[in-house]
Design a binder for this molecule. Structure first.
Ligand code: GLP
Length: 241
């Protein structure tokens, strides 16, 4: 895994934007894998800026998000669909029908997972997957212990993950207990992976990712085995290496 060391959050976002812009410039019908959380917000802000300056178009791009909470409808401000619309999709020329997230209110969640996998396969798999890093090493919502060959599936969220994400909700009890997530196997099939990490609170996780053993107990460690994965991390995130 390559490591790009940057000064701070803004530079991390700029470098990620540059990679994404080059990807789309080279191949305008790229399939992008997108993440939510605080980390990629700066990247999305940069992409919107590039689009508004006329430097890039998303007209032929297809996107697949990593995950979605179970039980939150698309118009719920805490759903990841809502987040993506607000932070990126509604500001660029990417047609709605080319954006995919798992449906967290599907009647049959298992079928939804299978269908999502089929959609990714049908699109020719993901060219460039953006990832954030959970404090416990989760990627998407693949919590510690998730098998490396897992496909899109329903997960029970760890208490630590629910606590970490409680800041977005009115009350910690409102954080859903389940989510749908692409599996580790689905993520590893992406042709290129860019993992974004910023801030001192992720420093232990980054240390474990870079120096620790490859284990299902720390899902992001599997990325060490991907042949085109890049970690873009700022000085604070790298401070314990
Ligand atoms: C969340 C998301 C992940 C995200 C991670 C880190 O639970 N499901 O996709 O990468 O946790 O979030 P943040 O960027 O807010 O630290």
């Amino acid at each position: 895994m390559d490591i790009i060391r940057v000064k701070d959050y803004v530079e991390m976002s700029e470098r990620a934007c540059e990679i994404m812009r080059n990807q789309i410039k080279q191949f305008d019908s790229s399939v992008l894998g997108l993440a939510t959380g605080s980390t990629p917000e700066g990247l999305y802000h940069q992409l919107i800026g590039e689009y508004k300056k006329g430097n890039m178009s998303f007209a032929n791009v297809t996107t697949f998000n990593l995950d979605e909470y179970v039980g939150l409808a698309t118009d719920d401000p805490n759903s990841y669909r809502y987040y993506m619309n607000e932070k990126l999709f509604s500001h660029i020329d990417l047609p709605d029908e080319q954006t995919y997230l798992p449906n967290g209110v599907a009647d049959d969640l298992e079928k939804e997972c299978r269908d999502y996998e089929a959609l990714i396969k049908g699109a020719g798999y993901i060219d460039l997957q953006v990832l954030g890093l959970g404090l416990n090493g989760h990627i998407g919502f693949n919590e510690p212990g998730t098998p490396v060959d897992s496909r899109t599936h329903v997960v029970d969220l760890d208490e630590s993950t629910r606590e970490a994400n409680a800041r977005f909700f009115n009350s910690p009890d409102d954080v859903p207990k389940k989510a749908l997530t692409m599996g580790i196997g689905s993520i590893m099939e992406s042709k290129r992976i860019v993992l974004l990490v910023s801030g001192e609170k992720k420093a232990d996780a980054v240390k474990q990712l870079v120096r620790g053993e490859i284990t299902e107990e720390f899902p992001a460690s599997i990325l060490q085995q991907h042949d085109n994965a890049t970690l873009i991390a700022d000085e604070e995130a790298l401070s314990k290496l």
